[in-house]
Design a protein around this ligand. Structure first.
Ligand SMILES: Cc1ncc(COP(=O)(O)O)c(C=O)c1O
Length: 394
């Protein structure tokens, strides 16, 4: 076995700690705030069954043949309509994780810089690392001038090192892991920064439609459609098992993504695309999404109330207006990775925040998901976690 010669890229592969947790424990048996799974109740099984049947009646064997690399025209048209863009700007992806990976593959050379928030989405960091990108994270700051000048400082550093900035990767809506969103002004200032220093933006927005309060904020894409690549996904608004998403971008960028995808998977899954297209254009997706939003809003409110009631002094958390996560910060000195075994022994799983920080900081933070567990399990899980934290911190 030791004689195999692997590519140099393999040395930069980074095993997901979240998936390692899944290997260690039965998520249904414990109180798991760890994964980013949607609630299984939101999958409309009977309607999916009926739609599958309709797709077979309507398309016959075409639904099981190879198809266009860009995606089937029916789904591209439905996504274009939903997002208010031309169909020629829509590429269907095998979900947004592939969108992230393919963007990195076509835009980044080893050593190139990717700017991102700190914390940021772990799956994106994994992808960036696998292409040997140099990831520079910037923490959010409510003072917008200080926030933008922190980016300016990093950009100045990178330029002084003679490095190329490839793109800024952002999750502006209900970020994974923090649950926070960028204000319109923050989006505008970041887009202006990209224009000033001439880099692209990859806007990853799988949670955008899961809003429980507040007004929708324009996408970064809408602020500069030729500079921003927008990634969307059916995973959180329909079901992740379909593995379908989309990339919206300038046709020249999309063409590179298209050629790259030819070597990745030839085409996105055809049958799944027809089912998603039918679901979307019949209005069934929106009706089901509305139910998911109500369910998740209830769970978010429950979790926020429980944290308020049970968490010991010194623990703070974010207030997400949508999405599936919130982020907990414990006092300095607390180490969420070390605390993990103790917590898991007691039956509570979470993801330590440092994994989301490109520089390994954020040791006193953790991500909590509120979509997956039942309200009863959320209630008992928070109570247990709060007891353990009280014991550890005080
Ligand atoms: C910010 C973000 N981007 C992308 C993904 C990948 O999702 P999918 O590939 O299922 O669309 C996730 C999944 O949790 C995510 O949180």
């Amino acid at each position: 076995m030791n004689d195999y010669r692997f590519s140099e890229d393999v040395g930069s592969f980074f095993r997901s700690p979240v998936r390692e947790i899944f290997k260690r424990v039965d998520l249904n048996a414990i109180y798991s705030f760890a994964g980013g799974y949607p609630s299984a109740e939101t999958f409309p099984l009977e309607e999916i069954r009926a739609t599958m049947s309709e797709v077979i009646d309507k398309y016959g064997s075409k639904a099981f043949q190879y198809g266009a690399t860009q995606g089937v025209p029916e789904l591209r048209a439905a996504v274009a309509k939903r997002c208010g863009v031309d169909q020629e700007r829509v590429q269907i992806t095998s979900s947004s994780q592939q969108g992230i990976d393919v963007c990195t593959r076509v835009l980044v050379n080893p050593g190139d810089v990717i700017l991102t928030s700190s914390p940021s989405y772990l799956g994106a960091l994994q992808s960036f690392r696998s292409y040997r990108a140099d990831i520079r994270g910037v923490a959010h700051n409510a003072d917008i001038d200080a926030y933008i000048s922190a980016y300016e400082d990093v950009i100045a550093e990178v330029k002084a090192e003679g490095k190329h900035i490839s793109f800024l990767y952002m999750i502006p809506d209900f970020q994974n892991p923090s649950g926070e969103s960028l204000t319109l002004e923050e989006r505008q200032r970041l887009v202006a920064l990209a224009q000033k220093y001439d880099f692209l933006i990859v806007e990853d927005s799988p949670y955008r439609e899961l809003r429980y309060e507040g007004e929708h904020i324009p996408t970064m894409y809408s602020l500069d459609p030729d500079r921003v690549i927008h990634l969307g996904s059916f995973s959180k608004i329909f079901a992740p098992g379909f593995r379908l998403g989309w990339a919206i971008a300038h046709p020249e960028i999309l063409d590179k993504i298209y050629v790259c995808k030819q070597s990745l998977d030839l085409c996105p899954p055809i049958f799944d695309q027809y089912v998603a297209a039918e679901f979307l254009s019949s209005g069934k997706l929106d009706a089901n999404l509305q139910k998911s939003i109500e369910l998740y809003k209830g769970k978010r409110d429950l979790l926020l109330g429980l944290l308020e009631k049970h968490m010991p002094e010194g623990v703070t958390w974010t207030h997400p207006e949508g999405g599936l996560f919130l982020f907990l910060t414990m006092p300095e000195g607390f180490e969420a990775v070390k605390f993990y075994d103790r917590s898991l022994d007691a039956g509570v799983a979470y993801v330590a925040g440092e994994f989301f920080h490109p520089d390994g900081s954020g040791k006193n933070t953790m991500r909590m998901n509120f979509s997956f567990m039942s309200p009863e399990k959320i209630t008992e899980g928070v109570r247990l976690l709060a007891d353990l934290l009280r014991d550890e911190i005080l």
